[in-house]
Design a protein around this ligand. Structure first.
Ligand SMILES: *Cc1c(COP(=O)(O)O)cnc(C)c1O
Length: 380
């Protein structure tokens, strides 16, 4: 079977064994046997971020955004106030979620790809108005890794909890939840953990989950308190789970722990190096400065050559077995390449070869005119 190599930021490539795990006997998810799988998956998800038994994971059927929404609408009290750090599309999404529920909030709209100024954010937190701070760990719209640890230290000093959207860093970059300073950490089944799409989850302290009340006027379905209580009491999810996706995630977790957190990160870093060296040797420039790169996803400046068109570039690579991704929200036109998933350096070498061929085929040299900014136009 020839395999499409996915360089979009999730759903990422999965192993053959994870795909096979989808094919299980039909089972009612209210059976004890399925409950055991759920509880094993829950424990595995918690363990990925080195959280002890004082933490738990609340799972929801839904894409990653469902988990972010659950974390925001279940934790910010009606009399509280949320501060959102927005330096990209996913930061902006957290503000939109707060607005959709009418949750009291302020958003620090820094501009896409702008490095958060910890001192300025600390000054804002000093007003003492905030009960929660929300920040994206890896801002997938630009490939920037945000300084979550420093922001969390500042927030905690002001008595403020921290909600971290770690969607595209979880299981790709080693995380210790306590060290990172995340009180609520959100991710999904289909990015660096290399499972199938359909499950989102929030990791937090059991004690906080136990004491959180249900706030009126918030989501009925995406309620962390109810969902947690239900699984604790019945060993089942409150509503129908994506049964086969849970089996696949169980297998993906087994493979994650077999590979090891450090080895997975090292493989992703190898993927990045081969991809990034190759692409830049062909003349492409990165959007962000070197020191803020996640190395899980990278945004490259789009060529302004008259023959360039994203769709044509994408289609020529798609025909050769590679899926690339358009840019999102950045000040400069970009396309994005992720190096997460069940792929390795040899796939990346093949990709660079395919790009070289496509550049010739589409006659794209030189890629840039003098009007295009130099490498690292953002992130300063
Ligand atoms: C992928 C992603 C999400 C979730 O997107 P869904 O389409 O809902 O899965 C949220 N935040 C970040 C940073 C992401 O990379």
């Amino acid at each position: 079977m020839s395999r499409m190599i996915l360089l979009n930021p999730g759903p990422a490539n999965t192993t053959a064994t994870v795909k096979q795990a989808l094919q299980v006997d039909d089972i009612c998810p209210r059976e004890k046997a399925f409950g055991e799988v759920l509880l094993r998956v829950r424990a595995g998800l918690t363990k990925v971020v080195h959280a002890g038994s004082d933490y738990s994971t609340v799972m929801f059927c839904g894409s990653g955004t469902a988990g972010v929404e659950a974390a925001i609408c279940s934790t910010v009290p009606p009399a509280g106030r949320l501060l959102v750090v927005d330096n990209g599309s996913y930061g902006a999404r957290m503000q939109q979620i707060a607005a959709a529920y009418g949750i009291p909030h302020d958003s620090l709209t820094l501009g896409v790809g702008t490095r958060p100024d910890v001192a300025a954010i600390d000054a804002q937190l000093a007003s003492g108005r905030y009960t929660q701070l929300a920040v994206v760990h890896h801002e997938t719209s630009t490939g920037m890794l945000n300084p979550v640890q420093q922001l969390a230290t500042a927030a905690h000093a002001r008595g403020c909890e921290v909600i971290v959207d770690a969607m595209s860093s979880y299981a790709g970059i080693p995380i210790d939840i306590a060290e990172l300073g995340a009180d609520w950490l959100v991710s999904s089944s289909n990015k660096c953990i290399q499972g199938m799409a359909g499950l989102s989850f929030v990791i937090g302290r059991c004690a906080r989950l136990a004491e959180l009340p249900v706030f009126p006027g918030r989501s009925y379905y995406l309620n962390m308190v109810q969902q947690h209580r239900y699984l604790e009491a019945h060993g089942q999810m409150q509503f129908t789970p994506p049964v086969q996706v849970v089996y696949a995630l169980d297998q993906a977790l087994r493979e994650y722990f077999a590979e090891g957190a450090v080895a997975r990160h090292a493989r992703y870093m190898d993927n990045f190096r081969v991809m990034d060296d190759g692409i830049r040797q062909l003349g492409f420039r990165r959007l962000m400065t070197e020191d803020v790169l996640s190395r899980i996803l990278t945004a490259y400046l789009e060529p302004d050559h008259p023959n360039y068109d994203f769709e044509r570039f994408h289609d020529a690579l798609y025909t050769r077995g590679f899926t690339i991704y358009p840019g999102k929200g950045a000040l400069h036109n970009t396309f994005r390449l992720a190096n997460m998933g069940a792929i390795d350096a040899s796939n990346m070498r093949d990709f660079v070869t395919a790009v070289a061929t496509v550049l010739e085929e589409l006659q794209l040299a030189p890629l840039y005119s003098a009007a295009v900014p130099p490498e690292g136009a953002c992130g300063n």
